[in-house]
Design a protein around this ligand. Structure first.
Ligand code: COI
Length: 335
């Protein structure tokens, strides 16, 4: 049995070697390249493929994998917005994903973004670098007592809600089209997204990017928010309309934003430039030069535990499918 791994980063080599040592019956080969129509043929001879990437999976690349006789496809991450499920179904793929590699990784990161914004850390960092150790006028605000609105209360959103409520003493409210029974006893759910938008001082979004949710937070949604709201997005860039965000920051409607994802992040994140200024993207330039915007390059997930689990869970599921066994995290691509 052979599994071919696409997009393997250096930090994934060690956990992959550990998995290989525990599964000597599986032949594993890999490339650092992501899956594209140019690289798809590398999987020749494999029974299954395992991939991760923020770039969309093209129909043609999937067709090549299919033509190689491979139908078992596993991704090492949670978000599935890079696929058109029709392509997967047309080519008869069975897909697995890793829905809970470490909800804490992302939820903790989102909470750090809140803390760094409210305590004006970027401004203090700049002052520090210039030798200015004065407090005034960089006074912060506290999370305690603030109303934190959590949109999406799956694995990640529910950890974030608990951190905010029990760790910081925030008044947490939440909205989800499918409320999480594990959170019902906290009494945090509001009935509509609008109610959450209207009541929250800080809003953090933790939903997948379904096509219907593209620009869920657009100019209309932002208009409904409190003046001076803080926005956190560690989910998917496409959930937030960048132009509406910029208008909101310009007018002061939005007091600050913590962004681990950007709609236009491909080609920027995971690349190295000579300087921030060398990034040729007006939206990025606009956001990157504001003291009240913190951008992290899609690193919320990036912890040792998460990377280990992403490798192990995806490889286990790919092997299970090839062996004719039930994988732990199958995706229903026909829904
Ligand atoms: C995900 O798990 O969907 C992420 O956003 C992480 C990234 C490695 C694709």
């Amino acid at each position: 049995m052979k599994i071919y791994v696409f997009g393997l980063r250096e930090d994934e080599i060690e956990p992959l070697n550990q998995w290989k040592a525990a599964n000597p019956d599986v032949d594993v080969d890999y490339t650092a390249n992501i899956l594209t129509e140019e690289t798809a043929n590398l999987a020749k001879g494999a029974d299954g493929v395992v991939a991760v990437q923020t770039q969309p999976y093209s129909r043609h690349a999937l067709e090549i994998i299919h033509d190689l006789g491979i139908s078992k496809f596993s991704v090492r991450n949670v978000g599935l917005d890079g696929f058109d499920f029709k392509d997967l179904n047309d080519f008869g793929f069975t897909l697995t994903y890793v829905p809970v590699y470490s909800p804490n990784a992302i939820a903790e990161h989102a909470s750090f973004l809140v803390g760094r914004l409210l305590r004006r850390v970027p401004e203090f960092d700049k002052k520090f670098q210039s030798g200015n150790f004065k407090w005034f006028p960089t006074i912060g605000t506290e999370i305690s007592g603030k109303t934190v609105g959590v949109i999406g209360t799956g694995h990640i959103g529910s950890v974030f809600a608990r951190i905010m409520q029990f760790g910081y003493g925030a008044n947490v409210i939440a909205y989800d089209i499918d409320p999480n029974p594990a959170l019902e006893n906290l009494g945090i759910y509001v009935d509509t997204l609008d109610e959450l938008l209207e009541k929250s001082d800080i809003i953090s979004i933790h939903t997948p990017l379904a096509p219907k949710d593209h620009h869920m937070l657009d100019a209309d949604a932002i208009a409904k928010m409190k003046d001076g709201v803080y926005l956190i997005n560690c989910a998917r860039g496409g959930l937030l309309d960048n132009n509406a965000l910029i208008d909101g920051l310009d007018s002061g409607k939005i007091a600050g934003a913590g962004l681990d994802v950007l709609e236009n992040e491909n080609g920027i994140f995971q690349n190295e430039f000579d300087s921030v200024e060398a990034v040729n993207d007006p939206v990025f330039q606009n956001l990157a030069h504001r003291d009240n915007v913190i951008i992290t390059p899609h690193t919320a997930f990036y912890t040792e535990r998460a990377v280990h689990n992403m490798i192990f869970d995806s490889m286990n599921d790919n092997k299970a499918m090839i062996s004719g066994k039930e994988p732990k995290n199958a995706v229903d691509t026909h829904k």
